[in-house]
Design a protein around this ligand. Sequence first.
Ligand code: SF4
Length: 404
Amino acid sequence: MTIANPPPGDPRTGAGAAGAAARVAGRRQWPLPRDADPKAPLLEVEHLTTHFRLASATVHAVDDVSFRLNDGEALGIAGESGCGKTTTALSLVRLLPSNGRIVGGSVKLFGIDLVHKSENALRRYRGREIAIVFQGAMNALNPVRRVRDQVAEPLEERLDVPRREARRRADELLELVGIPRARGAAYPHELSGGMRQRSMIAMALACDPAVIIGDEPTTALDVMVQAQILELFERLRHTLGLSLILITHDLSVIAETCDRVLVMYAGKVAEEGPVDTIFRTPRHPYTAKLLAAFPNIRADRRTLEVIPGQPPDLRNPPPACRFESRCPMARDLCREVAPPETTMPDGVRVACHLWPASSDGITPAWTAPSRPEVVIGADVGGVAATSEGAGASVGAGGTEPVAG
Ligand code: SF4
């Protein structure tokens, strides 16, 4: 994407969103930061640990989280409310509340560790290299400024683009996300919820970031608008070569949009790997329970699974496995020793004492709940179905079939 100086041969004759996409299509136009390592992964997070200080305690919100985002990849971060998804994302560019602090680990973008950057130095990366689309666009947009001006603001503030050029560019960006230029003069309350969310995406795109983080970007939107926003992300990702991190509790959003999924529980990584592998054969009991709790609109009606109990209090998390009190497979070992992360031969990383359990290093002590007919990306009312046909849930004695 380019802002002020379009590359030679850049098509400028297209109309509508397709034309706008054509104008900005292509790989990164900005030079990498000076101290970047061109051979390094796009984003590499290692042992990230973030705490919140309260008057009487410390909340261990994110604990030893590691993952990698490759160029052009979409990573979904899933889990219940309070599991650390958003704190993980905000930690990447240190947009934490004043009582939040990264106490360990590294966040390397192009090989540059952002954790130890000063606030001033970090401004170079916020918006320009990592941009966030927040949930609830009505709250995120300024209600008394026109949408065009808000989209133009990052260009003026971060890239010193002159106001006139920034506004012209904002119009292009609005068109790119499917908002007619004329609507740029509107105030947020004059736009629909979907258009407001599109405006937020245009704003995130403004500085041509390497990574866009969508924090529950489709929450509070109706299902048709959700589908349109997801389709927009998908189109932008392929047209502009974006790398995405999508935070959601909605597994269908991840099935529809992402290549890899990171399942978090109580501030820690439970399981991580390719979406289709994990959705077909979840290995961590928590992932299996999450999938079993998800409705399947193609199957017969059934009572959804629930995960009994509550997540642990992160002011005083359990010393060993944090899922132990809710896990039907818990053993004494789970109460005494924190499960290490094990990388399986198919690239799935899982933190559970059940893996690997046998001498071949592949077979667990119990039969993993199998969902052999999971449909990835099947369009059902605009939102992907995540499962089809019979599934199974983890039971105390192994797997139990469940209806649907
Ligand atoms: Fe369950 Fe034990 Fe695995 Fe934790 S380590 S998820 S308690 S089986």
